[in-house]
Design a protein around this ligand. Structure first.
Ligand code: PLP
Length: 405
């Protein structure tokens, strides 16, 4: 059954996904029958904490990590904020306590120009407060160069945060290679009495399609989100390797091993664990189906188009579900509205930036002019997309493209 109501075609799965039926089924009892507060001592509370424990256990099993290394948050935005702000807060506090030059011992952070806003905004705020941040550039396909990363590392570097798969163009960064490199660099730094560099990745868009086990990637912090993997909205997770310095950014009752206070959102935690299970168990099958549909879409859009459409950032190292396309001479907002009225839902890129209608920093970083950015749309396919939907969507897109030029 296609997602979306009636015969509308939803091609915006990178923005959000519908909750899987099995996920919803697993969640249902925790709204009403099993409604206890996980911090309560009585049996209702015990039932709730047991459910949270089981969900954490399940995710830890799929990530091949320890139970206490999985932290539930309210969104991937919060997970990214916790990974960055929480790390810096703990690091600056620990070093200022050790050093006589209190407060001036801030470490250096490396990230990229194509991170999600939930990484870029906390970094910008930290910069305002005196933290030093380097943003690595990307090439026209949206890839960073490992040699640039190596050059950017300083004696003072403490954290590297790099998005695993980009939400606008789908480019996959070489996280495992970077992880291996950092392992070597950190060995040398230890011999030279330099601070260890910690490694965070935002794996929100990657989890459906790519290997995300933190030990395999050699990352210390890994962000994931419920609603991008057919789970509920308003739930996120953060893998935190044991002994990674981290302070809470939300304080209170001390839930989540003291790293994220607030009464546990039991139904969503259960939903997230079920969504992780389904995503990881069906990864290969979904990858193949979606990759074939994406290639069909690409071929037919190029073949049947009156104007020469351009593909933004598509390369071998890309997610199978995202296509970012430029229609020269056509305003993307006009096209998106026309397509929506014709029953096809697509977007201009990141859900948050398109609402604010800000020019995409990702497309700008891969070298598009402001005019070219305004001509670009993102089509993203999901596991519910059918061949018929793709065929119909191509007919509609190509019809409107002709009407609009
Ligand atoms: N990181 C990436 C790569 C995303 O695509 C998104 C969602 O748009 C987020 C983080 C934020 O996720 P959430 O909506 O769970 O806060």
């Amino acid at each position: 059954m296609p997602a979306g109501e009636n015969n509308k075609i939803y091609l915006d799965y990178a923005a959000t996904t519908p909750v899987d039926k099995e996920v919803l089924k697993a969640m249902m009892p925790y709204f009403s029958e099993k409604f206890g507060n996980a911090s309560s001592v009585h049996s209702f509370g015990q039932e709730a904490i047991a459910a949270v424990d089981q969900a954490r256990e399940k995710i830890a099993k799929y990530f091949n990590c320890n139970f206490a290394e999985i932290i539930f948050t309210g969104s991937a935005t919060e997970s990214n904020n916790l990974a960055i702000r929480g790390f810096v807060q703990k690091y600056n506090y620990t070093t200022s306590k050790r050093s006589s030059t209190s407060g001036t011992n801030r470490g250096h952070i490396i990230s990229t120009k194509i991170e999600h806003e939930s990484v870029l905004e906390p970094l910008k705020e930290l910069e305002k407060a005196g933290q030093e941040v380097t943003y690595l550039p990307v090439d026209k396909e949206g890839l960073i160069k490992i040699s640039n990363l190596e050059k950017a590392i300083k004696d003072t570097t403490i954290l590297i945060s790099i998005i695993y798969a980009n939400n606008e163009i789908g480019t996959i960064q070489p996280i495992k290679e970077i992880g291996k490199l950092l392992e070597k660099i950190n060995k040398k730094r230890k011999e030279n009495n330099l601070a260890r560099i910690y490694f965070h990745t935002d794996a929100v868009q990657a989890l459906n399609y790519l290997e995300c086990r933190p030990d395999w990637l050699k990352v210390d912090l890994l962000t994931f989100s419920g609603h991008k993997i057919y789970g509920p909205k308003g739930i996120g997770g953060l893998y935190v390797r044991k002994n990674t310095p981290l302070s809470p950014i939300i304080s209170g009752g001390g839930q989540e091993f003291g790293l994220r206070s607030g009464t546990e959102n039991i139904s969503s935690i259960i939903g997230l664990a079920k969504a992780v299970e389904l995503a990881l168990e069906n990864k290969e099958k979904n990858y193949k189906k979606i990759f074939d549909l994406r290639n069909q879409l690409l071929k037919d859009i190029i073949k049947d188009n009156k104007i020469a459409v351009k593909i933004n950032g598509l390369c071998n190292d890309c997610l199978p579900n995202i296509l970012n396309i430029r229609f020269p001479g056509i305003n993307n907002e006009t096209l998106i509205i026309a397509l929506d009225q014709a029953g096809v839902a697509i977007s201009a890129g990141s859900a948050c930036s398109s609402r604010a209608s800000a020019a995409s920093h990702v497309l700008t970083a891969i070298g598009l002019t402001p005019k070219q950015v305004k001509e670009s749309i993102r089509i993203s396919i999901g596991k519910n997309t059918t061949k018929q939907e793709i065929k119909k969507a191509i007919r509609i897109i190509n019809k409107y493209e002709k009407l609009l030029i």
